[in-house]
Design a protein around this ligand. Structure first.
Ligand code: ATP
Ligand code: MG
Length: 364
């Protein structure tokens, strides 16, 4: 049995939880952990990261620094991750030191490779957008034809916020497309003319307890999430089915913590899986303001082996990402009654997630 399967309480108030990664998700996880009386240690290669500035201690080291990882492991009771591309070797080393990591390395490996992820969906009966493996530029045109002539080429590894993707339609130039995604391993997906995108944010405990938030509806542009509206206006049957798929995924992974399942709702009323994130998710940020237990607290509870909280929503509303310069208008957001969250990033690069605002209204 791996350490991550061990049951029971892994950290109590006063103990220290470790977070691998130093971005805004780590920052909000650390703040939620602090609320629950836990101390937080961060491990990240980034100096002056958003998470490190709200944590007790930070190890600034690359993820292959085994000595630093061992020292970090010795200082914590349990660990989690805030982005899915933490190298599996780093997670395995921490577990080998006797410290459980939730979610575990196997789950991360599945989420890190789009091909493995989509194959896994299919294997467990969750239908993904039609996809095919692409290993060289010569395969692009025939693969696209096989997928109906409209698709998107995605790098298998390390994409986020729509990076490492190129939309393909009509007359295409395979070599520039291959160069644009900058990889030697890719997957192509059929382009799904969807009616809307929804996501299920859900939590599962080590005992198999499962809770799902009501799915929000997500607007993307340029591959980046701009806005989540909650709840989605999809039919009750679709919402039920979306939650069922998320439970299926969490159970099959023997997952512990919060995960997100991104789904397309097609024009003919089918749900197709886009991807899953083995972590708290941008489209779930509103839960910290609109639900009795937000996703960050929920994740900490699950990771520590505590009972899950009430995921019910007390308010409706919308969450809007503040990208790049948007965050300069922080005073206006404070004044107009929105709930403002800023990540403390030092530089407002265009398209960079700097913060978000949540606007609430009474639940209808
Ligand atoms: P993130 O990290 O924000 O989730 P990502 O880089 O992992 O993004 P995807 O989720 O694969 O990227 O794609 C980003 C967005 O691009 C999707 O939410 C969707 O709006 C659009 N998109 C991606 N694949 C498809 C597809 N096959 N058909 C239609 N739209 C798509
Ligand atoms: Mg996505």
């Amino acid at each position: 049995m791996t350490a991550s399967k061990a049951m029971g309480v892994l950290a109590k108030p006063g103990d220290t939880i470790g977070i691998l990664g130093g971005g805004q998700l780590g920052r909000m996880l650390a703040m939620a952990a602090g609320e629950l009386g836990l101390d937080v240690h961060i491990f990240t290669p980034e100096i002056d990261s958003p998470a490190s500035r709200v944590a007790r201690k930070t190890w600034v080291a690359p993820f292959d620094d085994r000595d630093a990882l061992r020292e970090f492991a010795a200082s914590i009771s349990v660990a989690t991750i805030e982005f899915e591309n933490v190298p599996v070797d780093a997670v395995d080393l921490i577990e080998d030191e006797g410290v459980p990591v939730r979610p575990n390395g196997l789950t991360l490996a599945r989420a890190q490779d789009r091909l493995a992820e989509k194959s896994f969906f299919r294997d467990i009966g969750i239908e993904p957008a039609p996809f095919a493996r692409v290993d060289k530029p010569d395969e692009i045109e025939p693969t696209l034809a096989g997928l109906g002539g409209s698709g998107v080429l995605k790098s298998r590894f390390s994409g986020y916020d729509g990076k490492g993707q190129v939309r393909l339609q009509g007359k295409i130039a395979p070599y520039p497309a291959w160069a644009e995604i900058g990889t030697t391993k890719a997957v192509m997906e059929a382009w799904i003319e969807h009616d809307r995108e929804i996501s299920v944010i859900a939590a599962r405990s080590a005992e198999g307890e499962f809770v799902a938030y009501d799915p929000p509806e997500n607007d993307h542009s340029g591959g980046i999430l701009r806005r989540s509206v909650f709840p989605s206006s999809a039919s009750p049957a679709i919402i039920e089915e979306a939650k069922r798929l998320a439970k299926k995924l969490a159970d099959e992974l023997d997952y512990v913590g919060v995960l997100a399942l991104e789904l397309f709702l097609t024009k003919d009323g089918r749900l197709l899986a886009n991807e899953f994130a083995p972590r708290v998710h941008n489209s779930g940020h509103w839960t910290q303001d609109a639900c009795f237990t937000g996703q960050f607290e929920q994740h900490i509870r699950a990771v520590c082996g505590w009972p899950l909280g009430n995921a019910a929503r007390h308010s409706d509303g919308e969450m809007i990402n503040l990208l790049g310069e948007d965050a300069n208008a922080w005073e206006r957001h404070l004044a107009d009654g929105a709930k403002l969250h800023l990540y403390g990033k030092r530089r407002a690069v265009s398209g960079r997630k700097m913060g978000h605002v949540t606007r609430l209204k009474p639940r209808s």
